[in-house]
Design a protein around this ligand. Structure first.
Ligand SMILES: NC(=O)c1ccc[n+]([C@@H]2O[C@H](COP(=O)([O-])OP(=O)(O)OC[C@H]3O[C@@H](n4cnc5c(N)ncnc54)[C@H](O)[C@@H]3O)[C@@H](O)[C@H]2O)c1
Length: 403
């Protein structure tokens, strides 16, 4: 068929060589499936902005998932009524993501509460203390590194004695101060540490280099799901041998994070999560809804927004790779909100700076919710609602004091 004839053909019936059975086949859903944007990007010139690349060049596979995550975050989740929880796994602060991305997200009011591995919060302190963390190579000889008093996190190197050990010395000294001599949740612990980190920043003439200092200033509660599983926890245990009264109570954290999600819903708002990596911070962030529904027996429906960046596969059954639709079956995600759930399979070190840049470029800062300051009120409301939904008394048989 000549080219001139071919361009007039608009449907399959018009193709003369088409077999009869194919001509008869009607395609009622074809339009629907072809409704997406045509893949026809312009040549890259080097003059484009990052937001243009995300919107116009990230067209398929995980680049398209990252675009969807950026757009969902900036266009929908940053609405004023959405309370945003963020989980942080993987060695992100040693890679500089605290300074480059997490602090700007906190300052812009784009994250309202955080669940992190203890490791990210521990290594955050080297930045406040102005201790060096350097780019290196994953090919470095580890025996030689040890002989030279250095430790390696893949291609990042940190001094051992004058980095890690020096941070630990200051942590132990801090943990023996009077304000630490009690039982507390990890939001309070990190708030108290954040106050010191803010002071270290100031003394070192540094600005906005520590996540915990930024969270302290912004009133963003910062939890860790495994309080014993980091050098912060190790130092808490160390000073306990010397009679310290500092005790971390994870139940306080479970109830406070649950209270934050419930308070968001009860204020007529919505709740969303941004999950960087998996691990226990991911579950700790998401288990707030099952805690509301399954344990406290309060009627609720699950998260309204869900973004996850991970390298973990779903088919091994591990929580790190579990999809939002699997989370629906546990009551973690509202089934009617699944279209507002995105999973992007990539490395956080790539995705987090891109999402942060995109959000800051597309959305003005939000008013800080300062949830840390509201935790006593949030806990009162959670307790009140628990007793309203359950015909129970205090374990000693008395009536609960609810006001
Ligand atoms: N010095 C310390 O305090 C120290 C140091 C290292 C680890 N730890 C502890 O070990 C535990 C494990 O922490 P972890 O940070 O190694 O997490 P992890 O390796 O358990 O990560 C959890 C999951 O997140 C995903 N993930 C990790 N990095 C990612 C990335 N860059 N991009 C995308 N997905 C990613 C992976 O699927 C992984 O299975 C934590 O409790 C931590 O506190 C402590």
């Amino acid at each position: 068929m000549a080219r001139t004839e071919r361009h007039k053909i608009h449907n399959r019936e018009a193709v003369a060589e088409m077999p009869e059975w194919m001509k008869e086949k009607n395609c009622p859903h074809k339009k629907k499936y072809m409704a997406g944007k045509r893949i026809h990007p312009k040549n890259i010139t080097g003059k484009e902005k990052l937001t243009y690349l995300v919107d116009e060049v990230f067209l398929a596979y995980n680049s398209a998932r990252l675009k969807e995550a950026c757009q969902l975050f900036a266009n929908r989740m940053l609405a004023p009524d959405v309370t945003i929880g963020m989980s942080i796994s993987g060695a992100l602060t040693p890679a500089g993501l605290g300074c480059s991305s997490i602090i700007p997200l906190i300052k812009a009011g784009f994250v309202d509460w955080i669940v992190s591995t203890g490791a990210n919060l521990y290594h955050d302190l080297h930045f406040a203390l102005n201790y060096p963390v350097h780019s290196g190579s994953f090919k470095f000889d580890d025996t030689d590194l040890r002989d030279n008093d250095l430790v390696r996190i893949y291609d990042v190197v940190i001094p051992y004695s004058d980095g890690l050990m020096a941070t630990d010395d200051l942590l132990r000294e801090m943990f023996m101060q009077p304000e630490f001599q009690k039982e507390m949740g990890t939001a309070e612990l990190h708030h108290l540490i954040g106050k010191y980190a803010a002071e270290w920043e100031r003394k070192n003439g540094l600005k906005d280099v520590s996540v915990m200092a930024a969270a302290y200033r912004a009133g963003v509660p910062c939890y860790t799901s495994s309080p014993g599983d980091s050098t912060i926890g190790m130092n808490v245990a160390g000073v306990e041998l010397r009679g310290s009264k500092l005790r971390m109570n994870p139940s306080i954290d479970v109830n406070e994070t649950t209270g934050i999600v419930l308070a968001a819903k009860r204020a007529g708002g919505r709740s969303g999560v941004v999950l960087w990596g998996g691990g226990s911070p991911k579950n700790f962030t998401l288990q707030t809804e099952p805690q509301i529904q399954e344990v406290l027996r309060i009627k609720e429906f699950g998260q309204d927004f869900f973004i996850q960046v991970t390298d973990a596969r779903p088919d091994t059954g591990g929580l790190s790779g579990a999809t939002p639709s699997e989370a629906v079956s546990w009551g973690k995600v509202d089934p009617t909100k699944l279209p507002d759930a995105v999973v992007c399979y990539t490395d956080t070190t790539i995705a987090m700076p891109i999402l942060t840049h995109y959000a800051l470029a597309k959305h003005k800062p939000r008013k800080l919710k300062r949830l840390y300051d509201q935790l006593p009120k949030i806990m009162k409301a959670l307790t009140k609602e628990y007793f309203a939904h359950n015909d129970v008394k205090m374990i000693d048989g008395s009536d609960p004091v609810l006001d």
